[in-house]
Design a protein around this ligand. Structure first.
Ligand code: AMP
Length: 429
């Protein structure tokens, strides 16, 4: 099977790495890919993975590429092409593609849509209101005593969520989003949720339109600095499994969230085939959904795919074809820890083109895989080309062992200004 993966981050490197292990994969491209992706080879025939210089948002070019190369199956990593309708476009041209269609991508593209859906179908979530005018929005925050979270409706590069401790902050947040339009059209409407206290975990489920298969739990670390200080980022590290939900509680959460979700999708005419990634707060009153994402999380993908035993080509094909019910997800008992090495300055401005050394030494450690996120090749060197540069991932018989192994690999790698958190997975202990 000839496969095309779309995207260029650590998530896509993990997808490519896992797909390349399948005996079904005979040729694999990634658009646009990165330096680490270009080093992968297919298990079936030793063929190198090729990077195509097309960005993930250039839908017509991606379609032309898939047609020209006679790609059998396309796998979409990031949210943007999904929200732009890449799945619908490829399907209209008779091409098989994995990822949610544009209607299903609304769960991520519109927080108002998701909030209303959760309320309509009884999915446990925060007490919330949705507003198109600042006055009523502020009146609602007052009913919450100002302790709330104000969220711009649309995609805002992960920045449109403002956490408020009192009414003054809440009114400022509403003004910033709705009046000053800090996030442009994405802030024409807002969702305001009560502030929930608890432990935050990531859930993932693979869906095929009617069936949803839950993954084990994982936890991301969104803040840039240790002890959850500093600015929000795209994720500084993950681990799986987490100790916060046992198997029974996970199954119960899946029942309370995924069953009404799939039922609601069928009722609303949404053919949800792809990945569902709910952000969850484990509160003293049970799990509550904060938001839905409609794709794999990054860096959650790195820890999930290092633990997954199934053939990923078969699973994603079943998700796209509506035949997931016949598959059982199998996971290694090992724990996995992923530590993000980021460019100095990230998530603010950062330099690019810094030479990275020690990659081979890190990769040669047993149980370790260095996924590339923002890297490029410059002559004989691999250099930094993004904020999040590497996802250094290790498996171990338990979380401690995996954490120690991942940090040992991080210590092998150098680039000027590199920064990473030293407390990834520490919450589990
Ligand atoms: P979201 O993009 O909606 O997941 O929000 C980004 C982050 O804001 C989440 O990962 C949480 O850490 C935090 N957050 C969102 N909603 C709430 C809430 N209702 N209560 C507490 N924290 C929240």
């Amino acid at each position: 099977m000839k496969i095309l993966v779309i995207g260029s981050g650590g998530r896509e490197h993990a997808l490519v790495w896992k797909l390349a292990q399948s005996p079904h994969a005979t040729q694999l491209w990634c658009a646009p890919g990165n330096a680490g992706i270009a080093q992968e080879r297919l298990a079936q025939n030793g063929r190198a993975v090729e990077c195509a210089g097309i960005s993930a948002e250039e839908l017509p070019k991606l379609l032309a590429f898939a047609q020209e190369k006679r790609v059998d199956f396309t796998v979409v990593g990031p949210d943007n092409p999904l929200a732009l309708g890449i799945v619908d476009l490829f399907q209209r041209h008779g091409l098989k593609i994995w990822g949610v269609n544009q209607k299903a991508a609304q769960f991520e593209a519109s927080k108002v849509f998701s909030q209303k859906f959760m309320e309509k179908y009884g999915i446990p979530t925060a007490a919330a209101g949705t507003f198109s005018e600042a006055g009523p929005a502020k009146a609602f925050t007052a009913t919450l005593g100002g302790k709330c979270v104000v969220k711009a409706d649309g995609l805002a590069l992960g920045k449109g969520v403002l956490i408020c401790r009192n009414q003054t902050e809440a009114e400022k947040a509403v003004d910033e989003i709705m009046v000053s339009k800090a996030f442009g059209a994405a802030g024409a409407n807002v969702v305001i949720q009560e502030f929930l206290e608890g432990i935050e975990v990531s859930l993932h489920a693979l869906c095929d339109g009617t069936t949803a298969k839950i993954f084990p739990t994982s936890q991301d670390h969104k803040r840039a600095l240790d002890q959850d200080e500093g600015l929000n980022t795209g994720g500084m590290g993950t681990y799986s499994p987490t100790p916060f939900l046992n198997d029974t509680q996970l199954a119960e959460t899946a029942r309370r969230v995924l069953e009404p979700f799939m039922r609601g999708c069928v009722a609303e005419g949404i053919d949800y085939r792809g990945l569902l990634y709910p952000g969850v707060m484990l509160t003293k009153n049970g799990p509550k959904i904060l938001e839905f994402n409609a794709r794999f999380g990054d860096p959650e993908t790195q820890v999930y795919l290092t633990r997954l035993e199934n053939d990923l080509v078969e699973l994603l094909d079943a998700s796209a074809s509506g035949t997931l019910a016949g598959h059982e997800l199998k996971w290694k008992p090992d724990a996995s820890v992923c530590i993000i090495m980021a460019s100095g300055g990230y998530p603010g401005n950062y330099p690019k083109g810094k030479i990275i050394t020690g990659l081979d030494a890190a990769s040669n450690l047993p149980g370790t895989k260095v996924f590339h996120a923002g890297t490029a090749r410059a002559g004989d060197n691999v250099v930094t080309s993004g904020g999040r540069v590497l996802g250094v991932t290790a498996l171990g018989k338990d979380l401690r062992t995996a954490q120690t192994a991942a940090y040992a690999a991080v210590e092998c790698i150098q680039f000027e200004g590199a920064h990473f958190r030293r407390d990834i997975a520490a919450k589990a202990f």
